[in-house]
Design a protein around this ligand. Sequence first.
Ligand SMILES: [Zn+2]
Ligand SMILES: [Zn+2]
Length: 421
Amino acid sequence: MVLGIMAEWGEKKGIDLLGTADWTHPLWFKELESQLEEDGEGIFKVKRSESKTRYVLSCEISNIYSQGGKTRRIHTVFFSPSLETVNKINGELRRRGGKLMSDGRPILGLTIPEMCEIVWSIDERVMVVPAHIWTPWFSMFGSKSGFDSVEECFGEYGDRITAIETGLSSNPVMNWRIKDLEKRAIVSFSDAHSPKKLGREVTVFEVERDKLSFEALREGFKKEGKGCRISYSLEFYPEEGKYHYTGHRNCGVRQSPEETRKKGASCHVCGKPLTVGVMHRVDELAKEGEEIKAVKKVSEAGVVGYYHPEDKLRPPYVMLVPLQEIISEAVGVGVNSKRVQEAYEQLVASLGSELDVLMKVKIEEIAKVGGERVAEAMDKVRRGKIVIKPGYDGVFGEVKIWEKAGEEEEVRGKTEQQTLF
Ligand SMILES: [Zn+2]
Ligand SMILES: [Zn+2]
């Protein structure tokens, strides 16, 4: 994921602004310094490049430390307005013994309040966003090594945390149930470790193109920001995430929150503690008796369905499945197969971008390029007519667009007749 390849995939996906990631890493930082130039305050582009992709300086840090007799492991995303600020922060982290060379996402022994103190004494504009806040092992609300509130984690700096990131295993409606998040914006990012996975989740900001700046983004990252606001977010089905349900991977044990309440959180095969999934953890921290507050606007005529909150200050969101997974299900071959890759490239090249294909392009147009089966799959995904086997204890969930066993054969039969791939 070098800048040029990220730009290429950003365009395929239809994402205008990408996080650079990893600015703590000395070699990557050198690359950023030599290749990027500012294009608007705090927004960067690759020098001499025609690409419309823009970057914001971001990194993720893993802090592991002990508090209240428990080991805490917290991942946090930091956004910097300038290379100069990054340089100062990296210098200070090194001075405190941080081994920044060891990983793109370094592990530091500093506490979260110490991190805040460091970055904000260098530059008050730095944005600090708790990452994938529900994952059991490495997050603010994680069941294994997190906290029960923003304040418990951030101490005196809690008030300055204006946004949290949902992670793949949770979606906004789950987060709307948490009192602690009522005043905070909810953002979603892809956490991509390879270019193909960019855009698994996306936050769409509404801002005039020439007003895009770091300062505008800072407003966008507030629930009641001015000038720039979240228009909607695109979400992975949380069931697809690796930690949606509670379970034990080695024993193949997977439990819904209801089952966990009945059977407890120990593995009934081996007796070890289960990894408590995101859904159960949300239930634990949710307000007493708080019901889910989403209203689904069911899609008609092949238009994607948005989920609208009751709280007017909250943006709606859409739930989608990555296009390559849809094609894979439709043609009945693996997602990494040549056939799926070629079909993906063809659809994206002919119809705009992946986000366009997922959300906007007419089903008939998709059929013309990708065949009837892919078009039908797309229509089902847009309507939410799919089944997902929830992920648990590090195992990704599985998307099933055609659920009945009998239909499997039919899928294959139709696939053979496809000529367009
Ligand atoms: Zn992380
Ligand atoms: Zn077990």
